[in-house]
Write a protein that binds this ligand. Sequence first.
Ligand code: BV8
Ligand code: ZN
Length: 251
Amino acid sequence: MIDDNSELFKEKFRQAKDMIAAAGHPVVLTGAGISAESGVPTFRGEGGLWKQYNVFELATPEAFTRDPALVWEFYNWRRELLAKCRCNPAHLALVKMEQRFSPAFTLITQNVDGLHTQAGSRNILEIHGNLWQVRCLRCGRLDTVYGVFESIPPKCDQCGGMLRPNVVWFGEALDPQVLGAATAAAESCDLMLVIGTSAVVQPAASLAILAKKRGAGVIEINLEETDHTGRLDITLLGKAGEIVPGLMDGL
Ligand code: BV8
Ligand code: ZN
């Protein structure tokens, strides 16, 4: 059941539902927390990726230049783990939300796990890329490859160049087109749901504050409070897999 059953929670939940029902062009921003109930380790929480690997050491262009095989071991490990993960009721509830508001709906995700696509979402901005895509450093060819790579670092079957994961590493710029579209969506929405993000990573974290500044209502759904909590309209504490489907009930 939803973790916080207090009267206050119920009142905030009702307000959030009303804001969604009254929205004209909502935007959703998701982080690792929406995939946690699918078995995907978050970056910071219990059993998070940071605990086993120093993601800073591995998810950077410097690390890849220094030791591409080591970085590919890390991404192969995540591919093996993710291959067993399935979308959860929170991902599916956002598909229902998109169907209700489309075309005036944008889903911005920081996640690279592809679970929103697996659930059936369509209008997605994967601002940190996608772990299932690879890019050739020599000819720039983009490919979607599932499963793990037997020989690492993998080579391009067109030109023999080295392949890299098509994700945005720390210290790398986000794709200007994708970031531009996400910024435009945050600036023009009348409601933003921020689901399962610690609001630490930039420039993604600024999108919620930008939406708020432009007059949108902003609802945060998280297991715990974040740096944004005091600056947003409503924070619902609990599991995304329980709260998000409840919010979309009756849409
Ligand atoms: C860039 C792909 C500049 C790789 C990722 C200010 C401005 C600009 C940059 C910076 C800045 N300050 C610092 C920076 C640098 C850096 C940064 O933000 N560092 C942080 C750590 C301080 N930013 C960058 O480097 C970005 N690039 O700005 O470039 C530039 C410009 C021009 C030219 C050159 C350079 C690039 C950032 C992208 C990094 N790549 N992913 C990969 O995954 O392998 S980020 C990666 O970590 C994820 O994609 C995700 O975005 C992030 C983790 O964040 P969250 O999703 O929030 O996950 P987290 O585990 O932290 O939190 C989970 C939350 O869920 C928690 O709150 C938890 O309570 C909650 N939760 C858990 N379970 C549940 C739940 N909630 C609900 N239900 C549950 N069941
Ligand atoms: Zn190539």
